[in-house]
Design a protein around this ligand. Structure first.
Ligand code: SF4
Length: 307
């Protein structure tokens, strides 16, 4: 049996958890490749126009996996532990079922919905059962996977702290973007690469310690409903004093981000902010020009301050 994992949306948040869980259960899996033109083109064809670019890309990855595995992992997550999640995650399973109803893909899913006592561990035990594994095997695999996920996150936090310490004099830009956008080959990678070409250091908001970020998000807004946005917003107080500017990067037309970004622009007055909406159009020339001007302005200000 081979499980297909779409390299999009929650993959970037849960890749260590999923991959280690399957490794420990000795289950073969395949992850779809980095987003490319073909995948994004297919995603755009399958998705409805109103979908955000990230969801369109997700459908392209599902389509890529369709004839290469026995089951495709499509979780249904209704709630995060610190607030609700975007409706796209709540509806993901049903969207995939309906979009590909003619091909009848076999989907492997788990539900997270604290309202009906479906917590993460219970969900993984149920998924293990569906894969024919004993409860004790699935529990062991889940606990190991959680440890691996935690260690990987601690390593990222440590590496980012080293990066901040080693580059005190360089222009540092905090990137506020969902993990599936910032790490995507098509959406986020061209931006982080271009910032490095400009001699700036990208600091990834998503790497911030999650619990601390959730608490600190209250310093900016106490009424944000979305758990993943709270984690990103809370990274601003954590890193703000050690960066020179902030880029808010969203996938068009993201509902939660458009509201949250507006709040951030109104409430953060002591750092320059650039708001970038990525819409999947060909070419990055316009975005590169805006990035270049943003970094130039910050660099002039920084040089002025340091004489
Ligand atoms: S939060 Fe925004 S980018 Fe993410 S899935 Fe929802 S609409 Fe799409």
């Amino acid at each position: 049996m081979k499980i297909g994992i779409p390299r999009a949306l929650l993959y970037y948040k849960y890749k260590h958890l999923w991959e280690t869980f399957f490794d420990e259960l000795d289950i073969d899996y395949i992850v779809s490749p980095e987003t490319n033109k073909d995948i994004i083109g297919k995603g755009i064809t399958y998705a409805i126009d109103e979908s955000c670019l990230s969801s369109k890309i997700y459908l392209g990855h599902v389509e890529w996996l369709m004839d290469k595995c026995d089951y495709i992992l499509v979780p249904r997550i209704s709630d995060g532990s610190d607030g609700t999640v975007c409706t796209k995650f709540q509806a993901l399973y049903d969207v995939v079922v309906n979009t590909f109803r003619d091909s009848h893909p076999n989907l492997l899913y788990y539900n997270i919905d604290p309202e009906v006592a479906d917590f993460e561990m219970t969900a993984f035990l149920k998924m293990g059962k569906a894969l024919g594994k004993r409860k004790s095997q699935s529990l062991y695999a889940y606990l190991i996977a959680k440890q691996v996920q935690k260690r990987a996150h601690l390593r990222e936090i440590y590496e980012q702290e080293c990066l901040l310490r080693e580059n005190r004099l360089k222009v540092k830009i905090l990137l506020i973007a969902h993990s599936y956008n910032i790490y995507d080959k098509y959406i986020g990678e061209p931006i982080t690469n271009f910032l490095r070409e400009l001699g700036a250091v990208p600091v990834i908001g998503d790497i911030a310690p999650k619990r601390e970020a959730i608490v600190k998000s209250g310093e900016i807004s106490q009424t944000l409903p979305w758990a993943f946005n709270k984690e990103l917003v809370g990274s601003i107080p954590i890193y703000k004093d050690r960066v020179d500017g902030i880029i808010l990067m969203s996938a068009f037309p993201c509902g939660p981000d458009s509201l949250v970004n507006e709040i951030l622009i109104r409430r953060i007055k002591d750092k320059p902010i650039l708001n970038l909406m990525i819409d999947g159009q060909e070419g990055n020339a316009g975005i590169e020009t805006r990035l270049e001007s943003f970094v130039d302005i910050i660099r002039f200000k920084k040089d002025d301050l340091h004489g």
